[in-house]
Design a protein. Structure first.
Lengths: 163, 270
């Protein structure tokens, strides 16, 4: 009898261990396929490796902002705060104006503003494509504001006509 | 750690007191600090129960058209007959289905169904009755809205919050006055002169008259009232000296479908 015999399992003692083939069928093809899959999945990573995408520079170059005196050239709240929290502020404005009624917002430095995206924010930032969109595209967020709210950019009219 | 019952009740009671009194204590120490960021404009019109009286003795086709145009212009309501691009022209059946109306006109038998009769005064039967949201005291649209996108403000205005509307159209089924319209398609190609101060709507939301609450907040009367040359009267029902109360005291008025119990707040002097 071949083998060393005395193979044991719960059913008893057997002479020989049953033979089970331990091998991957079509080994080369499988590994080649896996490699191709991995490359395809990580392609965007390889593609952008080493490339530096410049950080967005939202443009403040609009007629309304240029008209302001130097000391008045500030947003509703301090710029760093706005950069981090403008979305929360817009949600608060929306909630207050639409559901509760009051429409005047008093900023932390005491100045008063009409709480309105289209009529306050966009009056100064009339360049949506160079201001709002520059960061939103960079971080790949698509706020749903513009389905209803008008951005006051001339492009809007042109686009509607082209349609 | 052990704690006897006496001590536990003391701690629990004290915590409850602090919890209950927290906000009022804060208000006492820093009055107005919590809600200070927002105020109403000083010139805003304030009312406790806004209502409208329509004087049909002063209403004719031209005035009615002016009212409708004024309203639809300042709210960017699409005009399906007049697309920006002639290619977007809709057929008359599509127009009936897709039409958006905040204020519109109907003849007597459509405005007050069930109360018309044969041999009626011909003049009244053919008057253009301006119809709009009745801003009911007991609004069925508010009751059926699953997201509270439609709600009743403390001043009686039945208001729409487009941000919350999911387009289920329960409110349209609930409203017995057909005062609500659904945006089946993008309204922008049908708004020729865009009114920049007011947003448009998106496909998939319901819209209706809001008694021009955005104008009231700026101290202006509703656009249709301004354009009506005195045929539409707007005011506060709780104020005995208001124009609406005076009009109601002087002339007998009728309302649309009052038997349904929604308590509509647009009154018609016929």
């Amino acid at each position: 009898m071949a083998g060393n015999g005395n193979y044991k399992n719960e059913f008893g003692v057997f002479a020989e261990k049953p033979k089970v083939q331990k091998k991957i069928y079509d080994r080369n093809r499988v590994f080649a396929g896996l490699a191709i899959f991995l490359v395809l999945v990580t392609l965007p990573l390889w593609n952008n490796l080493g490339k530096v995408v410049p950080a967005p520079k939202p443009s403040l170059d609009t007629p309304a902002i240029q008209k302001l005196a130097v000391k008045d050239k500030k947003c509703v709240e301090p710029t760093p705060w706005m950069r981090a929290n403008h979305m929360q502020m817009l949600v608060d404005w929306r909630e207050e104006v639409v559901r509760n009624g009051p429409r005047d917002y008093t900023a932390s430095d005491g100045r008063k503003f009409a709480a309105s995206l289209s009529n306050t924010c966009m009056d100064c930032h009339s360049n949506k494509s160079q201001f709002c969109d520059s960061c939103h595209n960079y971080v790949a967020v698509t706020p749903t504001c513009w389905g209803c709210h008008l951005d006051k950019e001339k492009k809007q009219v042109a686009k509607a006509e082209a349609k | 750690m052990g704690m006897d019952r006496r001590k536990f009740i003391k701690v629990a009671g004290f915590s409850t007191l602090v919890g209950l009194g927290g906000k009022s204590a804060f208000e006492l120490l820093f009055p107005g600090e919590l809600e200070a960021a927002f105020q109403a404009k000083p010139e805003a019109l304030k009312g406790k129960r806004w209502a409208m009286v329509v004087d049909m003795k002063k209403m004719d086709e031209a005035t009615a058209r002016k009212c409708v145009e004024a309203c639809h212009k300042v709210h960017n309501v699409p005009n399906l007959d007049n697309p920006i691009n002639p290619k977007d022209k809709v057929s008359s059946e599509e127009k009936v289905r897709w039409e958006i109306k905040w204020i519109w006109t109907e003849h007597y038998h459509n405005a007050f169904p069930g109360t018309e009769y044969e041999h009626m005064v011909e003049k009244v039967a053919h008057l253009p009755f301006p119809l709009l949201c009745n801003h009911c005291d007991n609004p069925p649209c508010v009751r059926v809205c699953p997201t509270q996108a439609t709600y009743r403000r403390p001043d009686g205005i039945v208001m729409m919050d487009m941000h919350r509307c999911i387009g289920c159209r329960f409110c349209m089924a609930g409203c017995p006055f057909s005062a609500r319209s659904f945006n089946w398609r993008d309204p922008r190609p049908f708004v020729k002169e865009v009114f920049q101060e007011y947003p448009t709507r998106e496909p998939g939301v319901v819209e209706k008259c809001t008694f021009c609450e955005e104008r009231l907040a700026k101290g202006q009367l509703p656009a249709c009232v301004v354009a009506s040359n005195g045929a539409l009267i707007f005011g506060d029902l709780t104020d005995a000296k208001s124009k609406v109360r005076e009009a109601l005291k002087e002339k007998f008025t009728i309302r649309r479908k009052p038997f349904l119990g929604t308590n509509p707040q647009v009154y018609y002097i016929v």
